[in-house]
Write a protein that binds this ligand. Structure first.
Ligand SMILES: [Fe+2]
Ligand SMILES: [Fe+2]
Length: 221
């Protein structure tokens, strides 16, 4: 039906030039989805769905916010070192992730977690203190955090796929793209000697425990 409407809207020879028709045919698949009345999240069907989706978006936003603060803390310590540009590169991607979730939250009137002021400080302190252990410490922190965030995104992807993949197509695209970025950050950490950090396994487990607690709290508060 959507495709029929789209094709009909593209068959005005007096307005649409052949080159434009060729271009629109090339773009036909994405246009099926972009013709929806919302950009990423469909309007909820009932209160339960709204609450579940809001919880999901709230925790994702909190995670991206926390990641930004961690990289800010690492840059405060290692910004002028040789590792600075690498951390900056990952931070720049986190800024894009956060901007997207800021946009999604505003568009869907989702309240951010009340814990943001706490994540602001905790994230920065975690980033800076891991960087004080040296480049390896910062990378160990990155591996721990990014692994937790990737797993979290994977569980959301599974839940949305089981629920209604067509309905949540756009949201799934966003989460999958961000999950891939987080996995790249994780791999970057490993490639830059994260495992050589002092007390790597302890550090990683403690940070991941903190991530689990942060995810639990940010969904609810
Ligand atoms: Fe991110
Ligand atoms: Fe990341």
């Amino acid at each position: 039906m959507q495709r029929a409407a789209h094709v009909a809207s593209c068959s005005w020879p007096q307005i649409v030039k052949p080159a434009m028709i060729r271009h629109s045919l090339k773009c036909r698949a994405p246009l099926q989805h972009s013709s929806r009345a919302y950009s990423v999240v469909p309007p909820p069907r009932d209160d339960d769905e709204r609450d579940a989706v809001h919880r999901m978006l709230r925790v994702d936003h909190a995670g991206e916010y926390g990641a930004n603060r961690i990289y800010a803390g690492q840059m405060a310590v290692l910004g002028r070192s040789r590792t600075g540009p690498l951390i900056q590169q990952m931070w720049d991607q986190e800024k894009k992730h956060l901007a997207k979730f800021n946009e999604i939250l505003a568009e869907n009137r989702v309240r951010p977690t009340a814990l943001l002021p706490f994540w602001n400080i905790a994230g920065f302190v975690l980033g800076a203190s891991s960087a004080l252990l040296g480049k390896e410490g910062a990378m160990a922190c990155t591996v721990a955090v990014e692994e937790s965030i990737s797993e979290h995104y994977n569980s959301q992807i599974r839940a949305l796929m089981e629920n209604d993949p067509e309905r949540y197509f756009e949201l799934l695209q966003v989460i999958k793209e961000f999950r891939d970025d987080e996995m790249d950050h994780h791999d970057t950490g490993l490639e830059h000697e994260a495992e050589s950090a002092p007390g790597y396994w302890l550090l990683k487990n403690v940070i991941q425990l903190g991530c689990k607690a942060a995810i639990y709290a940010s969904q609810r508060v």
